[in-house]
Design a protein around this ligand. Structure first.
Ligand code: GLY
Ligand code: MN
Ligand code: MN
Length: 430
């Protein structure tokens, strides 16, 4: 996609936001909303700040993930203005005033102060953002019903947002390929992280989330947060869950790779890949996501049976007895956008049998979701089953053989279309 095409889509996106905000503000009795960019908190008892990722509603209009102490005023008549914080500072670089075509629709001014702009504000105002940043700002702070409505309209993506998420997928795919090569060349978790960063040309702190890079049994720690600097003596598996942020929008992709030292694990990856593809193909408007999550459990049960991990129980029984949940404890996916676990995914609590499900909605065209089934060998979840009355149905020897491989997750980003779905990851990454 050319930059001109993207700029045209961005203009449409801003026009869409202006209309949507006008409608939401009038329904909630406001003339305007002031949106804070937020700012990174300073570490306790220190003079160093955390990295700032921006407030979602601020990014929705501007895509400016790194800027702090800036203010966006949206009025009901469709006027949008941005005050960008440009301090007099000889310690840090000051952000340049943006010049993209979008600034024709959102005029931008620089200001030295961290305070809201000193202009005559409309009478009925809301102000939204991090409570620590908006305490002194004019307007009703974070009105819950207004925030819910603004969150909800982030569920359905515009053409511009879809293009950004797709580009974030394309960029992340180069990182995943480099990571796989670094793994097969014998790299450590740390080496693999460097390979990912170099290929994606993205600082670690700017990634949408901390890349999860686990070798061997670390692949079975769902949000494994360290990087061993030394490679294991025998490398059997790599699970890498890593994304890229592009113009504020995230990708969230996972791949699992096995080596020739672990043929049974590789067969399991192949089975999971087929299941994951079937689940992506099943995505369509009107489908309850919780129902697709249930189908994923049926698929995991079939894989447990065909691999010989579980014997003598039918698939429904494996699900009912909680055996599939011990192998696949997390939800099938979530909404994806400016935040990796994007807002408004859970209007209803997760079902009792899927307590970690982050998306409890019926799918609608324009949503972007992840599809990320998994199958892990997590001692704290598997050992109680192995020791229970159901333990006889589980092939202990095979579990013990596969434990050192940790686990499998395969995750793509999928757009719900009017007729079905479009996978935004697979065109770039097998
Ligand atoms: N990367 C976190 C997740 O997949 O939800
Ligand atoms: Mn992920
Ligand atoms: Mn995810």
């Amino acid at each position: 996609m050319t930059n001109d095409h993207l700029a045209a889509l961005q203009s449409d996106h801003i026009a869409h936001l202006k209309a949507a905000y006008a409608d939401i503000l009038s329904r909630h009795g406001y003339d305007a909303v002031l949106i804070s960019s937020g700012a990174a908190p300073v570490r306790y008892a220190d003079d160093q700040a955390h990295h700032h990722h921006g407030y979602g509603h601020f990014l929705h209009w501007t895509g400016l993930a790194g800027v702090e102490h800036s203010w966006l005023l949206i009025e009901r008549d469709g006027t949008a203005r941005l005050w960008l914080h440009r301090p007099e500072d000889f310690w840090h670089a000051t952000p340049d005033l943006p010049t993209g075509a979008w600034t024709n629709h959102i005029p931008v001014r620089g200001q030295h102060t961290v305070n809201p702009p000193e202009i005559a504000m409309p009478a009925r105002m809301a102000v939204i953002g991090d409570p620590a940043q908006i305490a002194e700002a004019p307007g009703d702070p974070n009105p819950p019903t207004l925030l819910n409505a603004l969150d909800e309209q982030r569920l359905i993506k515009t053409g511009y947002e879809i293009a950004c998420i797709e580009r974030a997928n394309e960029l992340a795919a180069t990182g995943h390929q480099a990571a796989r090569e670094a793994f097969l060349a014998g790299g450590s978790e740390f080496d693999i992280n460097l390979a990912y960063q170099k290929a994606t040309w993205q600082r670690e702190a700017e990634a949408p989330y901390h890349s999860i890079i686990g070798l061997n049994d670390h692949a079975g720690i769902l949000h494994y947060q360290h990087y061993d600097t030394a490679p294991p003596s025998v490398a059997q598996s790599l699970l890498i869950d890593a994304g890229v942020r592009y113009r504020g929008y995230c990708s969230d992709i996972t791949r699992t790779t096995g080596t020739t030292d672990s043929p049974r694990f590789r067969a399991l990856i192949e089975g999971m890949d087929q299941l994951q593809n079937r689940l992506c193909d099943a995505v369509a408007p009107g489908l309850e996501f919780a129902e697709l999550h249930d189908r994923a459990h049926q698929g995991v049960a079939a894989l447990l049976r065909s691999s010989g991990l579980v014997q003598g129980l039918d698939e429904g029984e494996m699900v009912r007895r909680g055996i599939t949940r011990a192998f696949f404890p997390h939800g099938l996916g979530h909404s994806l956008g400016i935040q990796v676990h994007d807002v408004a995914g859970k209007p209803a609590p997760a079902p009792e049998n899927a307590p970690f499900l982050r998306l409890t909605r019926r799918l609608e065209a324009g949503m972007v979701i992840t599809i990320e089934p998994g199958l892990y060998f997590i001692p704290s979840l598997l050992n109680p089953i192995l020791d229970s009355a159901d333990g006889h149905a589980i092939n202990h020897a095979l579990v013990d053989e596969l434990r050192p491989c940790g686990g499998i997750r395969i995750e793509d980003n999928v757009l719900v279309t009017r007729k079905g779905a479009r996978n935004l990851t697979r065109p770039y990454l097998p």
